[in-house]
Design a protein around this ligand. Structure first.
Ligand code: ATP
Ligand code: MG
Length: 586
């Protein structure tokens, strides 16, 4: 495994190259499209497909989308857009136990949030695999009738045992040679709830000694009395994923079915199903083709839905939208942006080799994008009082602050300088360490956008804690006025007025896992949870943030990028730190 990003500047990749070649060879030139998904008969009555290619993003609605899905979304929707094709959003809902409408709705929102939709001309290509149950049932019956599938009444254990191993061929089931009529009767009985869950399965009849274990008569239908989120109790038999998926692709006229590498060994079965159904005239050419790419693995992150469900259910996080979660909904609350994900996906590229992407690459992408878009504001995260001795109690003066130092078009605002200010605790040391250029008795620093001050000392409480820093200001040194730089200083600190500052609470996040590859060395990824992944502190904000509302994003000078939390109100301002200004992890 390598630990690198691939080609940055050239967003081309091997899948793109394949598509370009297919288009050059006019592979999909005469493809018909019935306007909606359907079988050969349906599409043959349609028109020439205006979409040059069709891709799909096929999530199972059994959880929220995560950062890995973003890679697949940018790839599939991005390719369709670039090649004047269509990308379908398809809910792969053939496995009813863990699927529900909450997940369906969240997936729709997340794909939209990333900037994509499923419109192509006037078509809306949002589909549910469960809408094809009837056609899948027909497909299964066709396989039975032509001798390519049989009902196996062995127990699950026997089937497993007789499958063989990598070095040992499998053993034919004693039920393998039942007649098509007998199989058809049993399959219909299966559908008609005449048999118990697990008592029999429908299997493809291929080759029990195939070197590819996936071709040793894989199961294609099973009995499962579970209520489905859309078809309710209409079916008690459900197709297996590996059988359903090629059919879904074919019915939708998908040209390029792009999936992750773990499905590479399934490709021969994918092709087998489609070819058999082509022979049976349920489907027509050109058939979809499967292509595999490396899934995203991010250091310090788990991206398996099983693990994400566990983190939520066992309350390791506050929910799917906890800002520490790698879900898209959590990322959004954290302040990660669609533009940042786009840059990230371009930067990491698409390849056929598994690798780990360093989490800091994702953070860098977010920083880069936020640096351009974020207005600057001032916040004091660990407030300590600073008193300017030589100012009257009621002193007030406006200071002018650019909203973005590199983009003056974003304008300026004013903040009020008063006798008492909040500064960062870390900006004062009674006894400075080496190379400390900020406040200490006798030293001079600039109050950013204001005056140069000279520290005159501090006050402590009875326990010796510093509660107040004292200073004198130097007239004629105000930023932006002539001669202001006559006094040279090495330190430049930020501040807010104690009189005008707003109170807020900020959550400072760190990585949810403390190890680079959670669960790899420790066996259980839960043992790698970082116990200090969140710290909540009371902070002071400049007065211009009085109207801050959920999802507003800013850079707080010297601190990083922040977003107003969805639960924030005008009475209780809640902020999340998206990312620090620089990588501080190492
Ligand atoms: P999990 O294995 O964690 O349950 P999944 O792959 O089953 O995830 P699906 O909802 O089936 O999740 O995924 C929808 C699409 O997203 C699939 O095409 C899948 O290949 C892709 N995908 C999922 N995880 C990643 C990842 N880490 N990197 C890239 N693509 C991914
Ligand atoms: Mg899956």
């Amino acid at each position: 495994m390598k630990n690198q990003t691939e080609s940055n500047d050239n967003p081309s990749n091997f899948i793109r190259a394949i598509i370009e070649k297919n288009i050059r060879h006019k592979l999909y030139e005469n493809k018909n499209w019935g306007g909606t998904p359907g079988d050969k008969n349906h599409h043959s009555k349609g028109k020439k497909d205006l979409a040059k290619i069709r891709t799909r993003f096929p999530p199972e609605p059994n959880g929220y989308l995560h950062i890995g899905h973003a890679k697949s979304i940018f790839l599939n929707f991005g390719l369709a857009k670039d090649f004047n094709g269509a990308c379908h959003l398809r809910f792969d809902d053939t496995n009813p136990e863990k699927e529900n409408d909450e997940f369906v709705n969240s997936i729709i929102e997340d794909v939209n949030w990333l900037g994509f939709d499923w419109q192509f001309n006037s078509e809306s290509n949002l589909f549910y695999a469960s809408d094809y149950f009837e056609l899948m049932y027909t497909a299964a019956k066709l396989l039975i009738q032509t001798g390519h599938a049989y009902i196996d009444q062995q127990s699950a254990d026997e089937i497993k045992k007789n499958r063989g191993t990598l070095t040992k061929p499998g053993i034919n089931s004693p039920f393998r040679n039942l007649s098509p009529d007998e199989n058809l009767r049993l399959f219909e009985e299966m559908k008609d709830t005449k048999h118990a869950d697990g008592s029999m399965v429908l299997r493809a009849k291929i080759d029990m000694s195939s070197p590819n274990i996936n071709l040793r008569d894989p199961a294609i239908y099973r009995i499962k009395r579970t209520t489905h989120h859309r078809t309710f109790n209409e079916w008690c038999i459900y197709p297996m994923y590996t059988f359903a998926h090629p059919i879904e692709d074919a019915l939708e006229g998908i040209t390029h079915s792009i999936c992750t590498l773990e499905f590479e060994d399934q490709r021969p079965f994918y092709d087998w199903v489609l070819e058999k159904l082509l022979d049976n005239k349920l489907l027509s050419n050109p058939l979809p083709k499967q292509y595999e790419f490396a899934r995203l693995n991010l250091t310090y992150v788990v991206l398996s839905k099983r693990c994400l469900v566990e983190l939520v259910e066992k309350n390791y996080v506050s929910g799917w939208n906890d800002p520490r979660m790698p879900t898209l909904i959590g990322s959004r609350r954290r302040g990660y942006t669609p533009e940042g994900f786009k840059l990230f996906c371009e930067r990491i590229g698409v390849s056929k080799a598994d690798s780990w992407i360093d989490y800091s690459i994702l953070e860098d992408c977010m920083r880069e994008v936020l640096n351009i878009s974020s207005h600057r504001r001032i916040a004091v995260l660990e407030p300590l009082k600073l008193v300017i001795n030589n100012l009257p109690d009621d002193f007030e003066e406006e200071c002018f602050v650019p909203n973005h130092p590199q983009n003056l078009e974003l304008g300026k605002r004013t903040i009020k300088l008063t006798k008492e200010l909040w500064i960062e605790k870390a900006d004062f040391m009674e006894e400075p360490e080496k190379k400390y250029f900020r406040l200490f008795p006798g030293n001079q620093v600039r109050l950013r956008y204001g005056y140069v001050i000279t520290c005159t000392g501090c006050e402590k409480d009875k326990d010796g804690n510093i509660i107040k820093v004292l200073c004198d200001y130097l007239p004629d040194t105000k930023s932006g006025t002539p001669g202001s730089d006559s006094v040279k200083v090495k330190g430049n600190i930020h501040w807010v007025s104690t009189k005008y500052a707003l109170n807020a609470e900020v959550s400072l996040y760190d990585r949810l896992f403390k190890s680079e590859h959670p669960g790899l060395e420790s066996e259980n990824y839960l043992d790698d949870i970082n116990p200090n992944s969140i710290k909540t502190v009371k902070i002071k904000l400049e007065e211009n943030l009085a109207n801050i509302k959920p999802y507003d994003q800013y850079q707080f000078e010297r601190h990083g990028y922040f977003i107003c939390d969805q639960e924030s109100t005008s009475d209780f301002i809640k902020i999340n730190r998206t990312v620090t200004l620089r990588d501080t992890w190492k």
